[in-house]
Design a binder for this molecule. Structure first.
Ligand code: MTE
Ligand code: MO
Length: 251
């Protein structure tokens, strides 16, 4: 992404406040600070974009891969339809792409596997205080969105997941800059094996410039929307709704 002059001016002098918020996840625990974060998200996002531009997340080598990659959040999905698909290795399953698209898509796992693939070895950073380096493979999300064709008012991609975590359905969302970023993939393979249930089978998002909670597992449906308002808690994601985590989870 090339930053326009207008965007640069728009960030202005207040930008420093947003910069400070970037790495302070420990502070999310305090309610007052959460409100500050919510208010600052837009600003933080713009400042972060200024810094990262169209940069790539760091990629690592095979030698850097973590011997153990912890699974976190949901490790199992209770939904009976999901369990039936899992039992058939997702042979009858299809990813639904809908909302503000010209052409709704139903993409079987075989179709996702036969698209051009990207493989990347990256570091996953969870706000709970652990990181792991793993290898991910899958088609770029951008290709799939291009195939569906976006309507002009589409601004966000929402990932609807099969699991319910702490009483609320898991979901996440990203903007189109992140959706078309080359390292944003729908991974069906992790460390050279098909994704296990604990890590998000059949597909999970890898959006490598963002924190762990954005890496949605068990994706059943991708919905293109103009706004995140009116969707679940309105925060654009499970943790954003439940705990006030920042929507723009830039590392
Ligand atoms: N559907 C779904 N996606 C999810 C979660 C979850 O509970 N459900 N947890 C998130 C969090 S907080 C992290 S750190 C990562 C963990 O991914 P892993 O289990 O592959 O380590 O998935 C993220 N995506
Ligand atoms: Mo996490």
């Amino acid at each position: 992404m090339i930053l326009s002059r207008r965007k640069l001016i728009g960030i202005g002098a207040a930008g420093a406040g947003g910069l400070l918020l970037g790495g302070c996840d420990q502070l999310n625990a305090s309610a007052g600070f959460r409100d500050t974060l919510k208010g600052a998200t837009g600003l933080n996002q713009r400042v972060h974009r200024l810094l990262v531009g169209d940069s790539l997340a760091r990629e690592f080598t095979e030698a850097d891969m973590s011997p153990v990659f912890k699974a976190n959040g949901s490790l199992r999905v209770a939904d009976p339809a999901y369990r039936a698909h899992l039992g058939q290795q997702f042979a009858q399953w299809a990813l639904r792409v809908d909302g503000l698209v010209k052409q709704k898509l139903m993409l079987p796992l075989t179709a996702l596997k036969s698209l051009p693939q990207r493989t990347q070895i990256t570091r996953h950073d969870c706000v709970e205080g652990w990181s792991a380096i793993g290898k991910w493979q899958g088609p770029q999300l951008g290709q799939i969105l291009q195939a569906a064709g976006l309507l002009p008012n589409a601004r966000f991609a929402v990932f609807h997941c099969a699991d319910v975590l702490e009483g609320a359905p898991y979901y996440e969302s990203i903007d189109l800059v992140e959706a078309f970023h080359p390292q944003t993939i729908l991974a069906w393979r992790m460390n050279d094996q098909p994704l296990t249930e604990a890590h998000g089978a059949p597909i999970r998002l890898r959006v490598e410039r963002q924190l762990g909670y954005k890496q949605a597992k068990y994706i059943m449906r991708i919905e293109l929307r103009e706004s995140l308002a009116g969707l679940y808690g309105g925060g654009g994601g499970h943790w954003e709704d439940a705990r006030g985590y920042q929507w723009y989870a830039g590392i």
